[in-house]
Design a protein around this ligand. Structure first.
Ligand code: GAR
Length: 203
């Protein structure tokens, strides 16, 4: 498969996926990084490994409509013959046109057990703060397909982790992230082997 990763932040999941490819665990090609944030850590990682970067955001393309904006993503994804889009800390909502074109071909990782602690504003460290504030004793990660309902697409995998009495948001984030680094590549591997089926209505 040809994979495109979307990322906005540090890019530790992106780095883990590249590591899985370099170690031979994954066979797909990681062809392209799409980011809304040209200064983010993920861009530095892409440069380090010679992966092409496409920087696209509404700040650059202010005056085009939604279809045209989706079209920019789609034409870039087609140019690279992308089979699977992997969201790894991408902090923007995916445009409807892209979701429909790549139906069941976009996966996301979320640092909590969805459907709890998901939806608008629930990303990165905010999720761990909300988990701690709620007093729940278990958290974890969710990998899911991306559809029109934000953070509500079909769940592929969930892994659980105890919240410790002395956890703060940083310690929780660190422990959840290290699980993410392991399990996101495992999901991609299961897509490669066909154990997890992705969309085939593909042009
Ligand atoms: C990860 O914890 C990921 O699950 C989360 O952002 C972090 C990105 O870290 N994604 C979301 O919250 C999406 N709603 P990274 O840039 O180091 O991979």
């Amino acid at each position: 498969m040809n994979i495109c990763v979307f990322a906005s932040g540090n890019g530790s999941n992106f780095r883990a996926i590249i590591g899985a490819k370099r170690s031979g665990f994954l066979s797909s090609d990681i062809c392209l990084l799409i980011t809304n944030n040209s200064g983010c850590g993920a861009v530095g990682i892409a440069k380090q490994y010679g992966i092409d970067v496409y920087h696209i955001s509404r700040y650059i393309f202010k005056d085009i409509d939604e279809d045209e904006y989706s079209g920019l993503f789609i034409s870039k994804l087609k140019e690279y013959k992308i089979d699977l889009i992997v969201l790894a800390g991408y902090m923007k909502k995916i445009d409807t046109g892209v979701i429909h074109e790549y139906s069941r071909r976009i996966i996301n990782i979320h640092p909590a057990i969805l459907p709890s602690f998901g939806g608008s504003g629930m990303y990165g460290i905010n999720v761990h703060k909300a988990v701690l504030n709620s007093g729940v004793k278990v958290t974890g990660l969710t990998v899911h397909f991306v559809d029109d309902n934000y953070d509500k697409g079909e769940i592929i995998l969930q892994k659980f982790l105890d919240v410790h009495d002395d956890d703060n948001e940083d310690s929780l984030q660190k422990r959840v992230l290290s699980m993410e680094h392991k399990y996101y590549s495992e999901v991609i591997k299961e897509i490669e082997t066909g154990k997890i089926k992705i969309g085939n209505n593909f042009s």
